[in-house]
Design a protein around this ligand. Structure first.
Ligand code: F6P
Length: 378
């Protein structure tokens, strides 16, 4: 088989498992097919050639390959598309590197950008989905989601013991952008009493009702409220912030929920807020993320060897398949299904999950009023 030269890049927010995917691509391409693999620094902009490519080789075989267990990406990543490089510079750079194909590891935004460049430049291209948000369409899992879920669950375990020690309500803000997968899965696994996600509007009255019910009906004097950064009120409002560079960011929902609880139950509860932030993007990849990343990397190389291009590997029913990038993009972002099984499980556990209908909102306000009367008699 003709010796090929493969470029590999990581683009968008980093996550645990990226290096495991890089390791699988390099190992399979060089050991099985005798191909050369070049690491492209800092995502698509690295193709412009402004920074030299990174030589990648398989581990020298002594001990567990550090790539397998190291978080982040040894190639560096960029979250803002071309990051100031022109399309022409990138297309020229690809040619100058003498690449035969690209493997791009990214979220939906990054994969769209690389697919567009591949279209313009006539590149061979295979995508690998990664993001702790798990909002890439058509794949049940993206690299990074499982590890981030475990990270949030670990935090919830730690917070629940201190909440119980002080009879406090802990509001825990997670990442996830416009999707609630991370909050929902970690909330279920971490025993949250309320899980607020962008896909189901919430009412602070109902959150307070839940806190109240725990106290009155279950004699439990602490609570865990997990809130995704993009969660919205019934009127569709999320909490945003414009940073010094003019970027609008999702931020502040944890404090907003805490203030709302204090306004309603201030004399009866103590609330503390934990914003997990980029802790959720770090750490050693979980076993599942290592298996997912290694499987994705191996299949991506096999697809190129079979002459395939313009496809993205996806995880379905415990195995790797691939779909056309156009089809994948048409199903992004993949949001939590309000009628889906995970929400039904959380609901079955008595978790408050937001208002499934405005009627619930009125009923919860009435119940809160009623139970205030009860509380005053406690
Ligand atoms: O997409 C992954 C993610 O971590 C989101 O959950 C989060 O909103 C965003 O990236 C943060 O972006 P940045 O790393 O640029 O602050």
């Amino acid at each position: 088989m003709q010796k090929k030269r493969l470029g590999i890049l990581t683009s968008g927010g980093d996550c645990p498992g990226l290096n495991a995917a890089i390791r699988a691509v390099v190992s399979h391409a060089s050991l099985t097919y005798g191909w050369e693999v070049l690491g492209i620094p800092y995502g698509t902009r690295g193709l412009s050639g402004r920074k030299p490519p990174i030589e990648l080789s398989t581990c020298d075989g002594r001990g567990v390959d550090p790539l397998l267990a190291t978080g982040g990406t040894i190639l560096g990543s960029a979250s803002k598309g071309y990051s100031g490089e022109s399309v022409e510079a990138i297309l020229t750079g690809y040619e100058a590197l003498g690449l035969n194909a690209i493997v791009a590891i990214g979220g939906d935004g990054s994969l769209r950008i690389v697919a567009d460049l591949a279209e313009r430049g006539g590149w061979n291209f295979i995508g690998i989905p990664k993001t702790i948000d798990n909002d890439v369409g058509l794949t049940e899992s993206a690299i990074g989601f499982d590890t981030a879920t475990n990270t949030v669950v670990d935090a919830l375990q730690r917070l629940s013991s201190t909440a119980a020690s002080h009879d406090r309500v802990m509001v825990v803000e997670t990442m996830g952008r416009t999707a609630g997968h991370l909050a929902l899965h970690s909330g279920i696994a971490g025993g949250a009493d309320a899980i607020l996600i962008p896909e189901v509007p919430y009412s602070i009255d109902s959150v307070c009702q839940k806190i109240h019910d725990l106290k009155i009906l279950q004699q439990r004097h602490f609570a865990l409220v997990v809130v995704a950064e993009g969660a919205k009120t019934l009127s569709g409002e999320s909490r945003q912030y414009t940073d010094a560079q003019g970027n609008t960011r999702l931020r502040g929902i944890g404090d907003y929920i805490s203030d709302g609880i204090y306004q309603r139950l201030g004399d009866r509860v103590e609330v503390r807020v934990t914003v997990l932030g980029h802790v959720q993007r770090g750490g050693m990849p979980s076993a599942f993320d290592r298996i997912l990343a290694s499987s994705f990397g191996r299949v991506a190389v096999d697809l190129l060897a079979a002459g395939k291009s313009g496809r993205v590997v996806v995880w379905r029913a415990g195995d790797v398949e691939s779909v056309p990038i156009s089809e994948l993009c048409a199903h992004c972002p993949r949001l939590v299904d309000p009628q889906g099984s995970f929400l039904a499980t959380a609901r079955g556990l008595g978790t408050y999950l937001g208002e499934f209908s405005p009627v619930f909102e009125r009923a919860s306000a009435a119940r809160l009023q009623q139970s205030e009367l009860t509380a005053s008699q406690v």
